[in-house]
Design a protein around this ligand. Structure first.
Ligand SMILES: C[S@@+](CC[C@H](N)C(=O)[O-])C[C@H]1O[C@@H](n2cnc3c(N)ncnc32)[C@H](O)[C@@H]1O
Length: 224
């Protein structure tokens, strides 16, 4: 070991420099590549991503985030609930330039970061909203809501469904327990106007584990 620092940000990640990743992101590649560099450098320093995530940012985070995109409308307003470091919201904004993407996040340290990322990536379709979901109910309404690692589905329904217009869709990235969460949340979902929840296995590129996506349409205005 020479101890020399790698020249490319995140060079220890086996997918950094992989042409399949560049090809997958297509027109969104420059923005997503810049986001990756920012996460590797500033993101780690500022505690927005754990240092152990650096070698798997592509597979576990950026491609995983991109898995929601095929489930989203091509136009309209997408609200990323609990955006954190910008996952999946920043990736969605880069891949859906015709959509307005609202990054909804209560923590100031994170909203500062999200604003800086959107500025540096020149994502002019991004708005950062510093708030908790429940505090913008009745004021902020979208055509779709995305959520990753925010809450179990029953809790997520309470936070996310009031943010959707009737006919709008909640797209949640979930783990292996997605089907169980759907079962457990049925009653709450009904109360808040959710239609039948579907679980899909979403793939991105060969060699990256597919992820479970829960998709549920808000059918009616929910009863509070
Ligand atoms: C575990 S982090 C996940 C962040 C990001 N979605 C990701 O996948 O890396 C959960 C995020 O949800 C935010 N959050 C928690 N409660 C919330 C609420 N009531 N409304 C909106 N965001 C919330 C937290 O501040 C945090 O940034």
């Amino acid at each position: 070991m020479t101890g020399e620092a790698p020249e490319v940000a995140g060079a220890d990640d086996p997918l950094t420099g992989d042409p399949a990743v560049t090809e997958f992101f297509g027109d969104a590649w420059p923005a997503v590549a810049r986001f990756h560099s920012m996460l590797v450098d500033e993101g780690v320093l500022r505690g927005l991503v754990g240092p152990r995530e650096v070698t798997r940012l592509w597979s576990r985070h950026l491609l995983n985030s991109a898995a929601v995109v095929p489930f989203l409308p091509e136009r309209g307003r997408i609200i990323d609930l609990g955006s954190g470091a910008g996952l999946p919201g920043i990736v969605v904004a880069a891949m859906r330039p015709e959509c307005e993407v609202v990054l909804l996040e209560p923590m100031e340290r994170r909203t500062d970061w999200l604003t800086e990322v959107a500025t540096q990536l020149t994502l002019d379709n991004v708005t950062v909203e510093r708030n908790r979901a429940q505090d913008v109910h009745g004021r902020l309404v979208g055509d779709a809501v995305t959520a990753r690692a925010v809450a179990a589905l029953d809790k997520l329904y309470r936070m996310a469904l009031p943010l959707l217009r009737p006919g709008g869709v909640l797209v949640a990235l979930k783990g292996d327990k997605a089907e169980q969460e759907v079962q457990d949340a049925k009653h709450v979902g009904k109360k808040w106007g959710a239609g039948v929840a579907e679980v899909a296995l979403a793939s991105t590129i060969a060699g990256v584990e597919p992820t479970r996506v829960v998709r549920v349409v808000r059918e009616v205005a929910g009863v509070r």
